[in-house]
Design a protein around this ligand. Structure first.
Ligand code: SF4
Length: 322
């Protein structure tokens, strides 16, 4: 679709003025190192900003360069990723760092960046525009929502990418892309947009009219886990390598068929994964009958790639070393 050139100019100017004034202070803002930008973009794909803020700094302390990450073991990378979820991202990031190191430098264009493992069109455009100033637009869920509301049209994915590219400020592509995502994340919200705070409200086709809050329907479930302990040790199991969710990660044994031992749980907590809210019961007991498990010293448990839930349980029970 072709947008009026005056409209585009006003949109860019209003958006960037607002972004310069209102952007959230985040650890990756103003960053120009492509490796650090890549780490932040990959972490942010499926994890909340508040969680990423903390993890991003720790991850970069441990692996400050692509070279350091490439030289690390898979287990230490997964352990550093623990709590962020979607571990395939960590594996791909590790593989990308190895490829960057083997190639002797960071790719600079979006087309070259998509040759790295796990780097799709969005991430490639984000890194190319923010780190190298390449005039390529990004489209993620936030940008798509802003564009659809702004134009007042349902946009197919290809049309969305074309429209984003048309709107892009070629003089400040990295800032423009981040401003679009920031607008979607903080003002043009998925439920009810905050149109009165929007820098492009006067230009927008929708201006919030007719938008009603939509809540994703959530499921509830109960899971019970076994906590088997010896002095200074805890019994953990490794997930199979071929399962789609968190392959190879370590966790407490799951009590099958939600078995509820006679004794009350030593811990009950809530844990949400995608659209399911779990009630988690942790029962102390013996490991007899648990398959494929191993006794792990509590001192070294942090060296293993734990599932986020297992880390949360051990933390709540004060079993993790400080
Ligand atoms: S005016 Fe409202 S609907 Fe339009 S882009 Fe701004 S926040 Fe979104």
């Amino acid at each position: 679709m072709t947008l009026d050139s005056r409209l585009r100019r006003r949109f860019r100017a209003n958006l960037l003025r607002w972004y310069d004034r209102e952007q959230r202070k985040l650890p990756w803002r103003g960053e120009t190192d492509p490796y650090r930008i890549l780490v932040s973009e990959i972490m942010l794909q499926q994890t909340r900003v508040a969680v990423v803020e903390d993890r991003y700094k720790k991850f970069l302390q441990q692996f400050p360069t692509a070279h350091d990450l490439a030289a690390a073991s898979a287990d230490s990378v997964l352990a550093a990723w623990s709590g962020l979820g979607y571990y395939r991202r960590a594996r791909n990031l590790h593989a990308a760092a190895k490829q960057i190191t083997a190639n002797g430098g960071f790719p600079r264009t979006a087309a070259e960046l998509t040759q790295l493992p796990g780097i799709g069109r969005y991430t490639a455009a984000a890194v190319a525009s923010i780190a190298f100033g390449k005039p390529v637009a990004v489209v993620d869920g936030n940008v798509k929502r802003v564009l659809q509301r702004f134009t007042g049209r349902e946009l197919s994915d290809p049309l969305c990418w074309n429209t984003a590219q048309e709107m892009l400020e070629p003089g400040r592509p990295g800032d423009f892309n981040q401003a679009m995502m920031e607008l979607g994340a903080t003002v043009c919200l998925p439920g009810e947009p905050l149109c009165l705070q929007c820098p492009v409200m006067k230009l927008c086709a929708l201006r919030g009219s007719g938008i009603r809050r939509q809540r994703a329907s959530r499921r509830k479930a109960v899971l019970s886990y076994l906590l088997a302990q010896k002095p200074g040790q805890v019994f953990l199991q490794q997930r199979d390598a071929d399962v789609s969710l968190m392959p190879g990660m370590w966790e407490l044994p799951l009590l099958e068929n939600h078995a509820q031992p006679d004794k009350p749980p030593v811990l009950a907590l809530r844990h949400s994964i995608t659209v399911t809210d779990y009630t988690i019961m942790v029962h102390s007991g013996v490991s007899r009958g648990a398959k494929k498990g191993k006794w792990i010293s509590l001192q070294s448990v942090n060296d293993l790639p734990l599932t986020g839930l297992t880390r949360k349980i051990l933390h709540r029970l004060q079993l993790l070393p400080i």
